[in-house]
Design a protein around this ligand. Structure first.
Ligand SMILES: [Zn+2]
Length: 285
């Protein structure tokens, strides 16, 4: 998909029986796409995919730079954390889940290099224990303002099962290698959204219908590509020349303040009602 025009340039259809099973479809589809680009003299700078092992090996063999899509990575981690949070000693994980998810996206989109991604990623283990300074010079301190916490139950405590499990999941050798290759750009998840406001349908040929095509609407997943698009707009177009955007901004309808939609009762009436309520109570005692 060409992300600026949101057009899918070419779709390579691969049928599972053509390539010896669905396991080989991703690799084979990729192989055909790259060949197509190459025969049209289009150079591939890098490619963003999920962490499919076969694709990894294939791209390494073809010397194509690969980055990983943060949405796929986050989805996998979230599922595991959610499952963990149901265990007896791990309930704290549930409260922290939104923060951890945010952190994953923030690491990917705010970092310029692999080591920076790694340092920010691992800082989370300190942060959840109320420790906000870190040994790694790439990220020596949390980016949030420091607050003194008075509630120790909010944080993970050293030596607990919950902390051990979170650490084991987020700080293991394989994952740390992959974190450094997280894509900081557009996410492939936008491919699973809509095209120009029209709902996308996925056509499948299920075996139980003897190959008769069936169309299913593709559900829109949360996408974060709009964040980089907005930032691009603000920094490269709005900031250098804000005047151009003034009229447009003024034409945005801003709804009235919620309170303004109610009829105002004069203040004296409110006070009077309050006093009479009091005097009624007082009268009874
Ligand atoms: Zn922190």
């Amino acid at each position: 998909m060409e992300l600026h025009s949101e057009k899918v340039l070419d779709i390579q259809l691969v049928q599972s029986n053509e390539v010896g099973g669905s396991f080989y479809m991703e690799k084979d589809g990729l192989h055909r796409c790259l060949d197509l680009l190459q025969t049209n003299n289009i150079e591939v700078d890098y490619i963003v995919t999920d962490r499919h092992t076969q694709v990894k090996t294939y791209l390494r063999g073809r010397s194509v730079t690969q980055y990983y899509d943060v949405w796929h990575l986050e989805k996998g981690i979230s599922k595991k954390l959610e499952k963990m949070s149901k265990e007896k000693e791990c309930q704290l994980i549930k409260k922290w889940l939104p923060t951890i998810i945010n952190h994953i996206y923030w690491v990917a989109t705010s970092s310029k290099s692999g080591p920076e991604k790694l340092a920010k990623w691992t800082s989370l283990i300190n942060h959840i224990q109320d420790v906000h300074t870190h040994d790694d010079p790439e990220f020596p301190q949390c980016a949030h303002p420091v607050k003194v916490s008075l509630d120790p139950s909010k944080w993970f405590q050293p030596g607990t099962v919950a902390l051990y499990k979170v650490e084991k999941l987020l700080v293991n050798k394989r994952l740390l290698g992959d974190v450094q290759k997280l894509s900081s750009n557009y996410q492939t998840s936008s491919l699973e959204a809509t095209s120009k406001g029209k709902a996308l349908f996925k056509v499948s040929y299920p075996k139980y219908k003897k190959g008769k095509p069936t169309a299913k609407p593709v559900k829109t997943k949360t996408t974060f590509g709009y964040v980089s698009e907005l930032m691009h707009l603000v920094f490269t177009e709005v900031f250098p020349e804000p005047a151009r955007f003034c009229d447009q901004l003024k034409s945005v309808p801003v709804p009235e303040d919620l309170c303004a939609q109610f009829e105002k009762t004069p203040k004296e009436d409110v006070i009077a009602a309050h006093i009479s309520r009091f005097s009624r109570v007082g009268g009874r005692t």
